[in-house]
Design a protein around this ligand. Structure first.
Ligand SMILES: [Mn+2]
Length: 217
């Protein structure tokens, strides 16, 4: 039987993604799910999408893909940070085609596991939460509202409130080490900030990572 492997935030770090893939040595029966934020901030977004396509990786929508697609559609790219422009100029037709088909999340029934970019708000059914929320949430305020952690110093990570049976594997909140809490696992180990790019093999319950070659951002 094949493996199910999740990969954390890549942010255009193509060299590290390639190194990680070599280490994983995926077989035809394996399934690789990238948890979103495949692109932006790092050196080569085009190359990361090319790798994702070559290795048949299923990427989930991250806040960076979402913002870029939205800005392209609404022709409001000017309002975004410089790295969005860099990415925009790098991408070709097939790259855009790849980005447009990204799902909000993936639920793998046989594993009772949910793959998502950011996370969920604890007091609503997870399957009905909107894309903006699940790609951006980091912490929950005392009054139960989702926020980016930069604003809420007294807020706790959303995962601290997760009480469901479903196991959630996610990225988006970079930390030096993985964050394992109850039925959740965050594998964003900040590759683009000079940390690591981490993968998690679900059936084997195993972490595999490679160091960033440099600090890109
Ligand atoms: Mn993100």
């Amino acid at each position: 039987m094949g493996r199910t492997i999740a990969v954390g935030d890549v942010h255009g770090c193509a060299r590290e993604l390639e190194k990680l893939l070599k280490k994983l040595n995926p077989q035809k029966s394996d399934r690789i799910i990238q948890l979103g934020d495949l692109i932006n901030k790092g050196p080569d977004s085009h190359a990361t999408i090319s790798l994702a396509r070559a290795y048949d990786i299923q990427t989930i929508m991250g806040n960076h893909e979402m913002r870029l697609l939205k800005a392209k559609k609404e022709k409001r790219l000017k309002e975004l940070n410089g790295f969005y422009h860099e990415t925009f100029n790098q991408l070709g037709k097939s790259d855009w085609k790849y980005l447009k088909q990204l799902p909000k999340f993936i639920y793998e029934h046989s594993l009772k596991t949910l793959f998502v970019h950011g996370g969920f708000c604890p007091n609503k059914p997870w399957y009905s939460q909107d894309l903006e929320l699940i790609t951006t949430v980091q912490v929950i305020t005392k009054s139960g509202l989702p926020e980016k952690r930069t604003y809420g110093t007294k807020s706790k990570p959303w995962a601290d409130y997760w009480k469901e049976d479903t196991f959630v594997v996610y990225g988006h909140t970079p930390r030096m080490r993985i964050y394992k809490k109850r039925n959740t696992l965050c594998i964003d180990t900040g590759c683009v900030y000079g940390g690591k790019l981490t993968a998690y093999s679900v059936e084997e319950d195993r972490l595999i990572s490679v160091n960033a070659k440099q600090t890109y951002c």
